[in-house]
Design a protein around this ligand. Structure first.
Ligand SMILES: [Zn+2]
Length: 107
């Protein structure tokens, strides 16, 4: 699952760039805009459907993928137990915050 979360994190970063480009350029979108959209589509095809559905649902209200830093989810600032962290690192548990439900990127 770690690989899928990394890809979703890249998708999210590109989506944020797209959003900013839309705000700045409005009706006069630069050629890179379409290229970015294509890159996002390519990346999305590499992520399992079930993750994408969850990703899209959470993305409507902000970031769907957040960093797990020093045992804390940066989405909700809550601590993740050491046991959960270890299971996540071994890919034995879903990389999903038990508190806010966002995807966790291990850093
Ligand atoms: Zn959280």
């Amino acid at each position: 699952m770690q690989e899928a979360v990394k890809i979703m994190y890249r998708i999210q970063s590109l989506e944020i760039i797209l959003e900013e480009t839309r705000i700045v350029h409005r009706d006069n979108l630069p050629p890179q805009y379409a290229t970015l959209q294509e890159t996002i589509e390519t990346l999305r095809s590499q992520v399992p459907e079930e993750y994408l559905a969850r990703y899209d649902r959470i993305r409507k209200n902000g970031q769907a993928v957040v960093n797990l830093v020093n045992g804390f989810c940066l989405g909700c600032r809550m601590a993740i137990s050491l046991g959960d962290q270890n299971r996540m690192k071994r890919d034995e548990a879903n990389l999903i915050c038990p508190h806010c439900g966002k995807f966790l990127l291990l850093v």
